[in-house]
Design a protein around this ligand. Structure first.
Ligand SMILES: *Cc1c(COP(=O)(O)O)cnc(C)c1O
Length: 465
C-alpha cells in the first residue's frame, strides 16, 4: 500500500479535539496553515521512506508550528550582558512614569498638535520644548526620531553646499553605520577636516574659515577615547571664534545626560546645559542613551536656528510620534528633581547600582543556577565583573559589578555554547556573554523585582546533554 495514502487530510487533522484550544486562541487560519506545513514536510519525509509518525506526533508538530508563528518577534529578554545601554537590546528601559504616560497616550486621543487653551492648532514639539529649555538653558528646542536624524537635519538646514569645519579627531563612526563624514555628505554639506587625529588647535580652525563656511562643529567622541599627547580646543574658544565670524557653533553631544553623573559617583559626561553655557548655538543628543528615555533626537539652542530647522520639509519626515513624546515628557519631568534620579530613572538606577547590592542578588540566585546546571561538566560561582555603560557613553569607564561565571570542567568548551544557547531559548531569553572561556552573567540590570521571575524562567532551562 502506498504510505502516502495513510497521511491524514487537512480537514481530518484540523478536526482533532487536541487542536481545538489552539483554534480558539489563535484562529482557524493560523492553525490550518501550520497543519498544511506539517503535512507537506511529513509527505516529503514519507517519500524518503521515513515511517509515518502517530497522529499525536503530527498534532504536537502543528502546535509547535503555531507557537513559532504567533510568538512576538520583539520579545522581552533579561539583559545580563553587562552593557547597560545595549543598542541591540533596545538601550534604556523606560521608567514606570514613562511607561504609564506612553500607555495612556496610546489608548486615548491626546493634545498632540492641539492647543487646548485656544482650541487652535498646536505644535507637537511644544509637548517637551519648555521642559527641554528649562533643563538645558536653551531658548528653543525640537525633537526628531534619533540623534542621527537630529545631526542630519541640522546640517541639511544650515549647511547645504557649504563647509562645516570639524576636528580630525572627531570624525567618528558610531555603531550601525553613523559616520560623521557620510552623514555630512548625505546632508549636502562639505566637510572640512582640521588638525590631526590627536591634536587640534584654535589656529587650525581660524585658517579653515572661508566665505563658504557654514558653521564650526564639535562631535563628542563618544565611543572611543584619545589619550596621551592630545589637545582639543575648548568649547568656549570655538564658540567665540565662530561668533566673531558670524557663524554658528554646533555640538553633537551624542549621549547628553541632563544631570551631572558625577553626583552619583559616575564619571562626568558633558551636559547640554554646559554646552549652551559655553556658547554653543545648537546642541544635539539622544533620548535613549544616558538620558534614559525613548529613542529620540533632541535639538536645543538658539531660537532663530531652531525655527529654521523646523521649517525644513525633512523635519516632517523625521518627526516623532505621540508615544515617543509621551514617554519623553515623563522622563524629562523626572529630571526636575535631580535628587531622586537614581531611584526613578531606570537607566540611572542601573548605572548607579552599588556593587554590594548586585553581589547580594548573585548570592541569592546562585543556588538556583547551580541546581539547573547540576550534572553538567561545569562550575558556577559568583564573581566580580565590570559592566560598561554602552551606546558609546564613557567608553573607557567600567562599573564594578557582580554576577555568575560558568566555566567548563576540563577542556570541553562546547558545553558553554550549549548553555548559552539554552539560555537564549528560554521563554524569556537570558542574554549573557562568553569571555575568556567563561559564560558570564552580569546581574547589574536584573531589577530586584524581577528576581522571582528570573528564578522561575531559569528553572525551565533545558540543556542537551
Ligand atoms: C550615539 C551617537 C549618535 C547617534 O545617536 P542615535 O540616537 O543613536 O541616532 C550620533 N552622534 C554621537 C556623538 C553619538 O554618540
Amino acid at each position: 500500500m502506498n504510505p502516502l495514502s495513510r497521511l491524514p487530510s487537512v480537514d481530518s487533522l484540523l478536526s482533532a479535539t487536541a487542536l481545538m484550544p489552539l483554534i480558539d486562541t489563535h484562529g482557524r487560519a493560523v492553525v490550518t496553515a501550520s497543519v498544511r506545513e506539517v503535512l507537506a514536510t511529513t509527505r516529503a519525509a514519507l517519500r524518503e521512506d521515513v515511517p509515518l509518525p502517530d497522529e499525536s506526533v503530527l498534532i504536537a508538530r502543528v502546535g509547535a508550528g503555531v507557537t513559532a508563528k504567533t510568538r512576538p518577534k520583539l520579545r522581552p529578554v533579561f539583559n545580563l550582558t553587562g552593557t547597560v545601554l545595549h543598542t541591540n537590546l533596545g538601550r534604556a528601559p523606560l521608567p514606570e512614569e514613562a511607561v504609564q504616560a506612553l500607555v495612556t497616550a496610546a489608548r486615548n486621543p491626546c493634545a498632540l498638535e492641539y492647543d487646548i487653551e485656544s482650541g487652535g492648532r498646536g505644535d507637537r514639539d511644544n509637548v517637551v520644548a519648555e521642559l527641554l529649555c528649562e533643563l538645558t538653558g536653551a531658548e528653543a528646542a525640537t525633537v526628531v526620531n534619533n540623534n542621527a536624524a537630529a545631526v542630519f537635519l541640522l546640517l541639511n538646514t544650515l549647511a547645504p553646499k557649504k563647509q562645516v569645519v570639524v576636528s580630525r579627531g572627531e570624525l567618528i563612526e558610531i555603531g550601525g553605520a553613523f559616520r560623521v563624514p557620510d552623514i555630512m555628505s548625505r546632508a549636502g554639506a562639505k566637510l572640512v577636516e582640521v588638525g590631526t587625529t590627536n591634536r587640534t588647535h584654535l589656529k587650525d580652525f581660524v585658517e579653515a574659515i572661508t566665505p563658504r563656511t557654514a558653521m564650526l562643529m564639535k562631535v563628542h567622541a563618544s565611543n572611543y577615547a584619545i589619550q596621551g599627547f592630545t589637545h582639543a580646543v575648548p568649547e568656549a574658544e570655538l564658540a567665540e571664534l565662530a561668533h566673531k565670524h558670524g557663524l554658528p557653533f554646533v555640538i553633537d553631544l551624542g549621549s547628553g545626560t541632563l544631570a551631572d553623573l558625577a553626583d552619583y559617583g559616575l564619571p562626568h559626561e558633558p551636559t547640554p546645559a554646559e554646552a549652551i553655557a559655553a556658547g554653543a548655538d545648537l546642541v544635539t543628543f539622544s533620548g535613549d542613551k544616558l538620558l534614559g528615555g525613548p529613542q529620540a533626537g533632541l535639538l536645543v539652542g538658539r531660537r532663530d536656528l531652531i525655527a529654521k530647522i523646523k521649517k525644513n520639509p525633512l523635519k516632517r519626515a523625521l518627526r516623532v510620534g505621540k508615544l515617543t513624546l509621551a514617554a519623553l515628557e515623563a522622563v524629562l519631568a523626572l529630571y526636575r528633581d535631580p535628587d531622586r534620579l537614581h531611584l526613578r530613572v531606570t537607566a540611572v538606577r542601573q548605572l548607579t547600582r552599588p556593587e554590594a547590592e548586585i553581589r547580594a542578588a548573585a548570592e541569592r540566585l546562585l543556588p538556583i543556577l547551580q541546581s539547573v546546571l547540576a550534572g553538567l561538566p561545569v562550575t558556577a560561582e559568583v564573581v566580580a565583573l565590570k559592566s560598561q555603560i554602552g551606546s558609546g557613553s564613557l567608553p573607557v569607564d567600567r562599573l564594578p559589578s557582580a554576577g555568575f561565571a560558568i566555566r567548563p570542567q576540563g577542556k570541553k568548551g562546547g558545553v558553554l555554547n550549549r548553555i548559552e544557547q539554552a539560555l537564549r531559548a528560554l521563554p524569556k531569553p537570558v542574554i549573557g556573554r562568553i569571555e575568556d572561556s567563561a559564560l558570564l552573567l552580569d546581574l547589574r540590570c536584573l531589577q530586584v523585582q524581577e528576581e522571582t521571575e528570573f528564578a522561575a524562567v531559569l528553572a525551565a532551562l533545558d540543556i542537551r546533554k
